[in-house]
Write a protein that binds this ligand. Structure first.
Ligand code: GMT
Length: 384
């Protein structure tokens, strides 16, 4: 198939999923065209089947806000027509689903019937999308998509709860590529971070409010009072300075390392003992799955899709959002019991395997085939 993929090329989870999906589809022989305003950061390997089309927004003095959707729509029309795409798959509804719908209408006038698939990722529904400033367009564009997927059952349920959706939503969970994410021996690295055999806690995010990174530091404070431990904070974002301030207030700066944005996350996970994800909202939690693939148990909140991947008392522990004491209690129990930690590591790995690329990729391929056939059949009925 010739597949157009639209996503945010930045460090967000939806961009990561879209890029890894595109690369895997290309490896299986599909031709994949990325249509984004910047080269997706994980689009790092050459393949004859991978193409990148930049959405280039020309500046004009009249615009306080450059009309990105208009340029994206025109690009979608152009790429669909001249590359002969079979379908467009947009990741994150805002504004990709509405731009794709407009492109579909323009192409229809030119005799081209292009199927549009929208994948809902999280905040496009739970935070941003349901805000009144976006809701009518999000509802409309989801209903106009030919196929809709959500990355967890919880996100599907929330979409039906917040929006008047007439379409079926298919749950296709996020996936993990075990060729990249698997535990490797990085003992020398571990010694550099924790020279006295301290346990290593890790958090990876874009440091937005929803990630509750301050809770990670509060948990660390309690843990480090009982067990020698270090905390690695990976990523960057708006809450970074407030988190640094908290480290000073709690007097834990010596044990906390801010590593900023890192590409080789798997190498940091390889030396970690526990992964922290105390989010206030999390439709899936790809970062937790990446940790589990590297045999790192997870301490998480119990919101969104997190209970679908992190199994309480098996692969990690779940607590109510903001219940720092409970999270600290679980972390201390885990880190002070070597047998339990070892068992949880194995369980986490086994659970992550359910979400392997090999299991999930065929779900996307058969969904694509079904939607392409459905759109063809609808067009045939209209012609009669
Ligand atoms: O909202 C974000 O944190 C970014 C967002 C994205 O689209 O980049 O992440 C969401 O999509 C990821 C990939 O499907 C999920 O793993 C994250 O759980 C989800 N984030 C939230 O729901 C907060």
């Amino acid at each position: 198939m010739k597949i157009g993929i639209v996503c945010y090329p930045t460090y967000g989870g939806s961009g990561v999923v879209a890029t890894e999906l595109g690369k895997a589809l290309a490896d299986k022989g599909h031709q994949v065209h990325f249509i984004t305003y910047k080269q997706p950061f994980r689009l790092d390997h050459f393949s004859n089947n991978l193409f990148y089309h930049e959405v280039n927004i020309a500046d004009y003095p009249l615009f306080d806000y450059a009309p990105y959707e208009t340029v994206l729509t025109s690009k979608l029309v152009d790429v669909t027509k001249y590359q002969g795409l079979d379908l467009i798959h947009v990741h994150y509804a805002i504004p990709h689903a509405s731009a794709a719908y407009l492109a579909k209408l323009i192409l229809r006038e030119q005799g081209i019937n292009i199927p549009i698939i929208t994948t809902l990722h999280g905040t496009d529904i739970t935070l941003v999308g349901k805000d009144a400033t976006y809701e009518p367009v999000v509802t409309f564009s989801i209903n106009q998509s030919d196929g809709v997927t959500a990355v967890s059952q919880n996100l599907k349920d929330e979409t039906y709860q917040y929006f008047k959706i007439r379409r079926d939503i298919e749950v296709i969970p996020n996936f993990i590529d075990f060729e990249r994410f698997s535990k490797t021996n990085k003992e020398h690295f571990r010694k550099a971070i924790a020279p006295d055999g301290e346990k290593i806690m890790i958090h990876v995010s874009n440091f937005r409010k929803v990630k509750r990174v301050r809770d990670v530091v509060k948990v660390y404070k309690q843990v480090s009072e009982k067990i020698p431990a270090k905390l690695l904070l990976v990523g960057d974002g708006p809450d970074r300075s407030s988190v640094e301030q908290l480290c000073r207030e709690l007097d834990v700066c010596d044990g906390v390392r801010f590593l900023g944005k890192q590409e080789a996350i798997e190498e940091l996970l390889a030396v970690s003992d526990v992964f922290m994800i105390p989010s206030g909202s999390e439709s899936f939690g790809l970062a937790a799955l990446e940790a589990m693939a590297c045999e790192v148990p997870v301490i998480s909140s119990n919101v969104g899709g997190l209970p679908e991947i992190n199994i309480h008392g098996e692969t990690g522990f779940l607590s109510d959002v903001g219940d720092v004491d409970d999270m600290a209690k679980h972390t201390i129990a885990l880190l002070s019991n070597p047998e339990m930690l070892e068992q949880f590591r194995k369980n986490a790995y086994a659970q992550a395997q359910k979400f392997s690329l090999a299991n999930i990729l065929p779900m996307y391929e058969s969904f694509y085939e079904r939607i392409v056939e459905q759109v063809k059949a609808e067009a045939a009925v209209k012609l009669q």
